[in-house]
Design a protein around this ligand. Structure first.
Ligand code: ARG
Length: 644
């Protein structure tokens, strides 16, 4: 699996000959499927309903108190019978089973509780031998689950997409975190994932930047810290533009006022022309024009800015376990692709001329809410939307993807809806249907303690420093950490990411340094602490970790041990569910349920001091929990630490 990203270690695929007779049922990948199969077959005998029909209706439960699986009798749509009575009847008729206790009828729901010992025997050795692959399901990404030779489905995840020489804002941060998570998720689901960064790297502002560099740039500073240096230059040259724009605007206003009164404006216009001509704004326009015309010198400088910025981006993304397969960007979209799109739009009657520009009036195409969009400016230049139209068709031709995700802030809901609608109206209905906008809400108050955020590094540095301060407060522990600065850095990154992934994507949140770096509550540091504690337990136990799968699991009889095992059995299902919600919180809240359960287990299920057999069995349980925690954190894009 050469193209699996470095951040995700495992992927399990099941050969077809072992395929269950049920659709989307993979007992060798997902232990719960063994139970679903068993229950479907037994319930078929009891109810007379086809097992095939029952299988997909067996659902997981919200909490362990409600059982491990349940069936809503009304979902079987048995006509003319009272679901409540049926429920009681089926419960009574359900035969003695090796796998589950007699079902409980609660209202119209049949609840099933797994028998602990067979569950532990199935699940724990699996986790301990499959390790990073436990929970992954490579069959999900197959084009045809019954025939792996047909290959895997391909997805492009476009995310992060910052703008060169401009600050990396909270929208880019969230896109990076959520997009990284989605890439991992599709990878462990067996898809062929292409991670794409669509840089804002084209437009008049790069003409401005190039000119600004001539005044304020330094080769040395550029080589040392391109992102910050380019930003500095950009800020300085922008200040000139602002300065110059005042007298220009004044003159323009005066001219307009005079014209309205019917007075002669020749003198004022003669005054205005040289001002405009000499302005940085106009120079930037001319410079950008030479870039558009492919002038080598102009392009050379721009390319250097771009290459150096990408180099630096790569280092920062690596800290988040992200490596992009493609650095695309607005600059990469070919003029031909856009020209072809204009033609298609015109032919399809989608676009129209309006005051010298070309527009799409969505209200005329059954999409009132999408209003109007300009496709080509009066001066013939393309816009952000135009480039996206060119990009979508280019990507389709280059990659033949089955799905493409745009991970972009909800501020661009309209933009992406317009893009997809135009794609559809142009005659690429199928292409439009393969694309999805994954959006998210705003982060409020993201700033470092020193002030503004210029790039991701600034935030990560700041949170890492804060984490270091928090760690120092526990002197005893702090002295045992081999590389505290590195650990603080990892914990800081975890803190930022976990805060971002707490809550549904669409909800915004307040960037809160204190809250996210706390070891208490559902925070990143707490998650890391739970992992490190399990690692420390394994070190102290002095057992052969490679033999734990041979432990006597019958000894895990306490409620805490049973419940923890039940929870660990759910991980493959949690990932499947996540593939539906596409929400990091689906994974995160599962991990927090587990870590809370773990902390209440330590006093009850002691490892050190227990009899050898029991010690081994309990260690096997904790090692399994550590593995699942590890697997979950990896999908989220986190780097679990072993000591802290
Ligand atoms: N660079 C853009 C911005 O910062 C985000 C790009 C989103 N992707 C796209 N295909 N339009 O706002």
């Amino acid at each position: 699996m050469a193209n699996l990203s470095a951040s995700i270690e495992g992927l399990s695929l099941q050969s077809t000959d072992k395929n269950s007779k049920f659709k989307d049922c993979f007992p060798s990948l997902n232990p719960i499927d063994i139970y679903r199969e068993h229950l479907s077959e037994e319930l078929a005998k009891v109810s007379g309903v086809d097992a095939d029909k029952i299988f997909p209706r067996i659902a997981w439960t919200a909490t362990l108190e409600k059982g491990d699986l349940s069936l809503a009798i009304p979902s079987l749509q048995l006509k003319g019978k009272n679901p409540k009575e049926l429920c009681t009847e089926f419960a009574a008729k359900f035969p003695e089973s090796d796998l589950v206790h007699p079902p409980t009828a609660t209202g119209t729901h049949l609840q099933f509780f797994f028998k602990p010992q067979p569950l532990a025997h199935t699940v724990l050795p699996r986790i301990l031998t499959e390790r990073a692959a436990y929970g992954t399901n490579g069959n999900q990404g197959l084009k045809d689950p019954s025939d792996p030779s047909k290959g895997r489905k391909k997805i492009i995840v476009e995310f992060s997409s910052p703008n060169i020489a401009k600050p990396f804002h909270a929208g880019h941060l969230r896109s990076t975190i959520i997009g990284g998570f989605l890439s991992n998720l599709y990878t462990v689901m067996g898809w062929d994932v292409i991670k794409m960064n669509y840089l804002g790297d084209w437009g008049k502002q790069y003409g401005l930047l190039a000119n600004g560099y001539k005044y304020f740039g330094s080769e040395e500073a550029l080589a040392k810290d391109p992102i910050n240096h380019l930003f500095e230059v950009y800020v300085k040259v922008n200040a000139i533009v602002t300065e110059q724009s005042k007298p220009i605007k004044d003159l323009k206003d005066q001219i307009k006022a005079k014209k309205d009164k019917g007075e002669d404006v020749a003198a004022l216009e003669a005054e205005l022309a040289p001002l405009v001509d000499a302005s940085e704004d106009e120079k930037a326009r001319r410079y950008f024009k030479s870039m558009e015309d492919g002038e080598p010198d102009a392009l050379g400088l721009w390319r250097r800015f771009r290459d150096l910025s990408i180099e630096k981006y790569k280092q920062t993304y690596a800290r988040l376990n992200i490596d992009f397969d493609v650095y695309s960007g607005e600059s990469q979209i070919k003029a031909e692709s856009m020209a072809k799109a204009y033609e298609q739009m015109k032919e399809a009657g989608v676009s129209e001329e309006s005051e010298g520009a070309v527009i799409v009036d969505f209200t005329k195409h059954g999409a009132k809410k999408l209003e109007k969009a300009i496709i080509v400016r009066k001066d013939g230049t393309p816009l952000y939307l135009t480039r996206d139209i060119g990009a979508i068709t280019e990507r389709d031709e280059a990659y033949h993807f089955d799905k493409m995700i745009y991970c972009v802030a909800m501020q661009q809901d309209l933009h992406l809806a317009q893009l997809f609608k135009i794609t559809e109206l142009m005659g690429h209905k199928d292409l439009a249907s393969r694309c999805q906008h994954i959006n998210f809400g705003m982060v409020r108050g993201m700033s470092t303690r020193k002030g503004t955020v210029k790039f991701l590094d600034d935030i990560l540095q700041d949170v890492g420093d804060k984490m270091h301060e928090v760690m120092k407060k526990n002197t005893v522990k702090y002295e045992q950490v081999a590389d505290p600065v590195k650990t603080a850095d990892t914990l800081g990154i975890t803190a930022v990411m976990v805060q971002d992934m707490t809550g549904k994507r669409i909800n915004g949140y307040e960037f809160n340094l204190e809250a996210m770096t706390s070891f208490e509550g559902d925070t990143g540091p707490y998650l890391q602490y739970a992992h490190a504690r399990l690692c420390s337990m394994a070190r102290k136990a002095e057992l052969n970790m490679d033999e734990l799968h041979t432990a006597n699991f019958d000894l895990l009889s306490e409620k805490h041990a049973v419940d923890l095992t039940r929870l660990l059995a759910q991980w493959p299902d949690v990932l499947l569910q996540t593939a539906k919600t596409l929400e990091p919180i689906t994974v995160l809240s599962y991990l927090f349920r587990m870590t809370r359960m773990l902390s209440s287990s330590y006093d009850v299920l002691k490892v050190i001091g227990s009899e050898p057999e029991l010690k081994k069995a309990r260690m096997a349980l904790y090692a399994s929990a550590r593995q699942v925690l590890h697997n979950g954190m990896r999908v989220l894009g986190l780097s679990p630490v072993e000591r802290m």
